[in-house]
Design a protein around this ligand. Structure first.
Ligand SMILES: [Zn+2]
Length: 259
């Protein structure tokens, strides 16, 4: 009996180290080739340098529980996660979403700022909508702070790579009042960690800069996240996929999906 317990303990300890160890960095990659920039920080202090290139229209039939009245574009990379998000909500009986705003060009943003003023809009380069990674989601049945649509998203968006970008109580950090409708795509595992730690994007990037790396298991997938200030190349583990994002603060984040 004692032997069995001892073996069990050894197996547990060994698997803990196996799954939490830093993987060996065996492969060299060009940082420019894998750029997706899904973690780019845009706020009052950090401006977006360029409008995104890989924009695509949200199909009107992306999901049966979403009303899409206009031509809305987003970055291609978030379209599949967005579809999964709405499908999961529908499976939970949440059926009355609308999309109210997505990508705005730098020029459109400047017009909005000129016409409506700084109490309503950010100047060119300082709105997250210009990244093509943000969207304002509404409910047909009321405001997002008082409907099932808002409650469901606040609870589940992170499972699909999205974060509630301007939460309550974080106004001093984000510089923006609580917006229960504004969601930002950052991808997994980043959204999961931000949700667990109750971190805004600002706080997450700062923490990542000091910790430099972490491994994260979500469902049965293993992710490895690295922070680097290297410009051209970096060493990564043996991985099935890799994506690189500049953080817009002088660093880059490499996300690898391990075998
Ligand atoms: Zn918004």
């Amino acid at each position: 009996m004692k032997k069995i317990i001892l073996v069990l303990i050894l197996v547990l300890v060994a698997s803990y180290f196996f799954f939490n160890r830093t993987p060996a960095l065996t492969t060299s990659i060009s940082l420019e080739e894998h750029t997706q920039d899904t973690l780019v920080l845009v706020n009052r202090d950090y401006a977006l340098a360029h409008d995104p290139k890989n924009l695509t229209a949200i199909p009107k039939n992306i999901a049966q529980n979403v009303q899409i009245r206009e031509h809305y574009t987003v970055q291609q990379t978030m379209l599949a996660p967005l579809k999964q998000l709405f499908a999961a909500a529908r499976a939970d009986g949440i059926n009355h979403f609308t999309i109210n705003s997505t990508y705005r060009s730098g020029r459109a943003q400047q017009q909005l700022f000129d016409n409506r003023g700084e109490a309503y809009a950010q100047p060119r380069g300082h709105s997250e909508h210009q990244t093509g990674l943000s969207l304002d989601i509404g409910s047909m049945q009321g405001t997002m702070d008082a409907t099932a649509e808002g409650a469901w998203l606040a609870q589940h968006a992170h499972e699909y790579g999205f974060i509630l970008r301007y939460p309550q109580g974080k106004e001093a950090i984000t510089g923006i009042a609580y917006e229960p409708w504004h969601f930002r795509y950052v991808g997994l595992p980043h959204s999961q960690l931000m949700y667990e730690k109750n971190w805004t994007l600002e706080e997450y990037l700062e923490n990542l800069q000091s910790t430099q790396k972490y491994t994260k298991k979500i469902a049965d997938k293993h992710y490895f996240v690295q922070y680097t200030t290297a410009q051209k190349t970096a060493r990564i583990p043996d991985a099935t996929s890799v994506s690189v994002s500049q953080d817009n603060r002088g660093g880059k984040i490499i996300t690898t999906f391990l075998n």
